[in-house]
Write a protein that binds this ligand. Structure first.
Ligand SMILES: *[C@@H]1O[C@H](CO)[C@@H](O)[C@H](O)[C@H]1NC(C)=O
Ligand SMILES: *[C@@H]1O[C@H](CO)[C@@H](O)[C@H](O)[C@H]1NC(C)=O
Length: 144
């Protein structure tokens, strides 16, 4: 019985993580466009985002939340999905190393301070970008 349960758990964990679809550059551009439209982001801010600059203002905070939500990396009630973030950065086949997982987890919080969802998403995302920009850009690079 115990073995059977363990197998069920393993299978469901396997399925849960395989569920995430890796996003590519064109997905990112689609999310950017949709979120810019939904939030009526002014052109000067859009220009900054194109340079990976995300100033700390409420429009940008909500823009980040919008993109991360569409991307399935963030949810306004459950917060960041570290597993999906990890998969996006290392790819499906890649070795899932615990140290890197810990580094990502170190950037996100459970919003103990009770900020609104935009601030929460922004706080985690700017840390992830600061710590992992090269890897994030690589995961979105056009395929040669
Ligand atoms: C990105 O992924 C989407 C959805 O899987 C796919 O339709 C599209 O062809 C991909 N684009 C590139 C440039 O690989
Ligand atoms: C953004 O600005 C607010 C208000 O100044 C500050 O409390 C918050 O810590 C800043 N967030 C980040 C991630 O820098």
């Amino acid at each position: 019985m115990k073995v059977f349960l363990a197998i069920c758990v393993l299978i469901s964990l396997g399925l849960a993580s395989a569920d995430y679809r890796l996003r590519n550059r064109s997905d990112m551009l689609t999310y950017r466009e949709e979120c810019v439209k939904e939030l009526a982001v002014p052109a000067d801010l859009v220009e900054k985002y194109q340079k990976w600059e995300y100033p700390n203002d409420s429009t940008t905070q909500c823009y980040i939340k919008c993109v991360f939500t569409k991307w399935e990396l963030f949810d306004k009630t459950t917060g960041f999905n570290v597993e999906n973030i990890h998969q996006q950065l290392v790819g499906h086949g890649a070795d899932h190393n615990v140290a890197f997982h810990g580094k990502l987890a170190g950037c996100v919080d459970n919003n103990e301070q009770g900020s609104n969802a935009c601030e929460w998403a922004y706080r985690g995302a700017t840390c992830l970008l600061r710590e992992n920009l090269a890897q994030i850009q690589k995961s979105l690079a056009p395929k040669a």
